[in-house]
Write a protein that binds this ligand. Sequence first.
Ligand code: SF4
Ligand code: SF4
Length: 76
Amino acid sequence: MFRVVIDEQCCKSCGLCVEFCPQSIIELSSDMNRAGYHPAVVISEQDCIGCQACVLMCPDVCIEIYRLKEKVATNA
Ligand code: SF4
Ligand code: SF4
């Protein structure tokens, strides 16, 4: 499981993360940020494979990926 954090105020709507995400889980929002750009948003974070293509492609360094700890067993 991965957490995708996009700084919407940093985004310039270039669309590179949208184009290069192999899971097609990023799109540009219809909302605008303070600079007047439509920021990238993640539409189904549960499908992220953590490939970091979006992080590498973003020219403005707006995206961070976190690996979430997964519960592998429980006796509760
Ligand atoms: S890490 Fe990979 S799969 Fe996840 S949002 Fe970024 S490009 Fe898409
Ligand atoms: S690559 Fe970066 S600047 Fe371009 S749309 Fe994605 S988050 Fe915004």
